[in-house]
Design a protein. Structure first.
Length: 274
């Protein structure tokens, strides 16, 4: 099955990829591809947009309509694409630095508008491609090349930001819980409105090695041991959730979608000004 997905959905001439051994970017990318395949989407009607970073390289490997854009601007480009052709399924691949730092304002206002995009954020807690600088999601007191004595910034819960900014579908999965992550991405793509899926992943080269997190297998096991499904979390006391994180579907509501509302306005103008 995996080989069939590669044959159908990847640009084989670009392989093998440049990701480090043990990196989970391939796992998350495969989850996106499986979600698209499971939904039976027309390959020619899918557009994948990425910014800059390790995860953003995925758009170059995938055989869809793809656009590799500038740092932090993937959502802005994707918004233009969705406006120009609302029939396209537009998926944004981004990282924690690309989306939560330089791209933060684009992210906030895309949530607010509720435009029909699906954003998958690979969160490996570090700037991997550009040298291992700490990112908005680097855990407090962990080390990075720009935080050699430990990061004192507070952790940015990007899912809470998405909910507060107006996204209508928000979920969190991990590179360990692959089947669940695939389903969450499927639901995000199927949802009409702005969908955000945080995919917790691992960077053994910069983040793991700098913070003595062990092997890639150890880092994946950490994701397994510290994840709590939202259904289970609802039955737990706050102290039981200390040092844990919640995975699953965090929000799924219906609100008017921006591109459709824009088209309604144009139709009204045509009727009223004939």
């Amino acid at each position: 099955m995996a080989s069939e997905l590669v044959e159908r959905y990847f640009r084989k001439e670009t392989l093998p990829n440049i990701w480090c051994p043990g990196c989970s970017n391939g796992i998350v990318t495969a989850a996106i591809v499986r979600a698209i395949d499971n939904l039976g989407l027309d390959q020619n009607n899918v557009c994948i947009v990425s910014g800059i970073g390790c995860s953003a390289r995925a758009s170059g490997y995938l055989d869809f309509n793809t656009l590799h854009t500038t740092h932090g601007r993937a959502i802005a480009f994707a918004t233009g694409i969705k406006f120009a052709n609302p029939e396209l399924t537009v998926i944004v691949i981004t990282g924690d630095g690309d989306n939560a730092a330089i791209g933060g304002n684009h992210f906030i206002h895309a949530c607010r508008r509720n435009i029909d995009l699906t954003v998958v954020m690979y969160n490996n807690h570090i700037y991997g491609m550009t040298g291992g600088q700490y990112s908005p999601t680097t855990p407090r007191f962990d080390r990075a090349t720009t935080a050699p004595y430990g990061n004192i910034d507070r952790y940015f819960d990007i899912c809470k930001l998405a909910i507060g900014a107006g996204a209508t579908y928000v979920a969190r999965g991990t590179a360990y819980h692959v089947q669940q992550l695939t389903k969450l991405i499927e639901r995000g793509i199927s949802h009409k409105g702005f969908s955000f899926i945080e995919a917790l992943s691992i960077c053994p080269t910069y983040y793991g090695r700098k913070n003595k997190k062990g092997t890639p297998a150890d880092m994946l096991k950490w994701l397994k041991d510290h994840a709590v499904d939202i259904k289970q979390a609802s039955k737990m006391e706050p102290e039981e959730l200390h040092n844990k994180f919640i995975i699953g579907e965090l929000l799924n509501i219906d609100e008017p979608e921006f591109a459709e509302e824009y088209q309604k306005m144009l139709n009204n103008l045509k009727v009223n000004y004939k």
